[in-house]
Design a protein around this ligand. Structure first.
Ligand SMILES: *[C@@H]1O[C@H](CO)[C@@H](O)[C@H](O)[C@H]1NC(C)=O
Ligand SMILES: *[C@@H]1O[C@H](CO)[C@@H](O)[C@H](O)[C@H]1NC(C)=O
Length: 242
């Protein structure tokens, strides 16, 4: 870590964190006056449909609403491959509070560096991060989760894959179920799976108490992470037979 202080209240901080294990490099470079620093954007990148839908997002800066951005990406071992992201300002899509940059047609198993530079009244501040597509895969949550008691005292849990995952045939998903209940004021939870089906019959859950069911989706071979949990579905198993 190095910090250099120049005259005129300008502070330049170069922070280099190298995590060898994951080969991740996070390089933050901030330039601004010490009283009123323009902070580097906090960038988060995610591939919501492997291999061709990748977005990087960062929050709209509350104090510098007219900040604009230069967003470029390149292959780490081929700086000549630099391309510009397709930028969507806040409010131009579903997102009111976030800037979005789209990275189409990334290569598989390739290390990329993305450089998001905030520019405001002649000052600039860049955020550099690197990733491999395979590490940032995270589908959207499954949808249409339904939980219903069957007449043999089992519970049928069904869902549909996230509609934004477009390559189900080549890159299928696997799923986990999370269910939770309260016992004397303490929250209990159980995780089940992974399942490759989109429906599972569960048995042995005591009747009479309310359960919350959620499902997450992950690329079948285990790339990246499981999605966020789906919206909870509440069910109480009836005490008597249907
Ligand atoms: C990604 O690929 C799938 C299948 O090849 C295609 O249906 C989909 O339109 C592509 N999406 C984008 C954003 O290119
Ligand atoms: C990041 O992008 C900015 C704006 O294009 C550029 O001035 C800066 O040199 C870039 N940083 C690196 C490390 O490539």
């Amino acid at each position: 870590m190095r910090a250099a202080v120049f005259g005129g209240g300008y502070v330049t901080v170069i922070l280099l964190i190298s995590i060898l294990e994951s080969q991740a490099v996070d390089l933050l470079r901030g330039t601004g006056t010490s009283q009123n620093p323009l902070s580097a954007p906090k960038v988060h990148c995610r591939c919501s449909s492997y291999p061709n839908v990748t977005l990087c997002t960062w929050p709209k800066p509350p104090h510098f609403p007219t900040t604009h951005y230069i967003a470029t990406y390149s292959e780490r071992h081929n700086q000549a491959s630099t391309e510009e992201c397709h930028l969507l300002p806040p409010g131009s899509s579903s997102s009111e509070q976030f800037w979005i940059c789209q990275l189409p047609n990334l290569k598989l198993l390739t290390d990329y560096i993305i450089n998001i530079t905030a520019v405001h009244s002649g000052r600039s501040s860049s955020h550099l991060t690197n990733f491999m597509l395979e590490d940032i895969v995270k589908p959207d949550p499954p949808v249409d989760v339904r939980v219903s008691p069957t007449n043999n005292r089992k519970l049928l849990v069904e869902w549909a894959p996230p509609p934004t995952w477009t390559n189900m045939v080549i890159f299928p998903l696997k799923y986990q179920i999370l269910y939770q209940w309260e016992n004397k004021g303490t929250r209990r939870s159980v995780r089940l799976g992974p399942y490759e089906n989109t429906k599972v019959e569960l048995k042995g859950l005591p009747a009479g108490r309310p359960y919350l069911f959620q499902v997450c989706a992950r690329e079948l071979l285990g790339l990246g992470k499981c999605s966020d949990w789906s919206i909870p579905v509440k069910i109480t198993i009836p005490r008597k037979r249907l």
